[in-house]
Design a protein around this ligand. Structure first.
Ligand code: FES
Length: 112
């Protein structure tokens, strides 16, 4: 028996929620429109992707911040109207949206 299956909690099948989109809802991101960004992701559900409101992601002033895990892809200054592009290109086709990447964690050479 593996360590996971011996725990008391029910395991989540890997096919379910293998990815998570975390949308910061803390102060500065919220002032920049993070609530509507979260709502936009929730309005475009993708199988295997869980969308969650996040506490501060530690990048205040660059938001709204969006972090896709386990990919560890960061998007900054995300606006609600840009969410369908992230959903289609990143979440459905596994291609980062280069023009929206957070430059601090994704240096220019990645932004092609
Ligand atoms: S308030 Fe969003 S990263 Fe800190």
């Amino acid at each position: 028996m593996s360590a996971v299956s011996s725990s008391n909690s029910l395991p989540v099948p890997e096919s379910e929620y293998s990815r998570c989109v975390r949308v910061c809802q803390n102060r500065t991101c919220r002032k920049a429109g993070a609530k509507s960004v979260l709502e936009a992701f929730q309005a475009h559900p993708v199988s295997g992707v869980n969308v969650t409101a996040s506490s501060c992601l530690g990048q205040c002033g660059n938001g709204p911040m969006v972090l896709v895990v386990p990919d560890m892809v960061w998007y900054s200054g995300v606006q609600a109207h840009e969410v369908p592009l992230v959903v289609e290109q990143h979440l459905r086709k596994n291609q980062r949206v280069a023009k929206m990447l957070y430059a601090r964690f994704h240096p220019k050479e990645e932004n092609n």
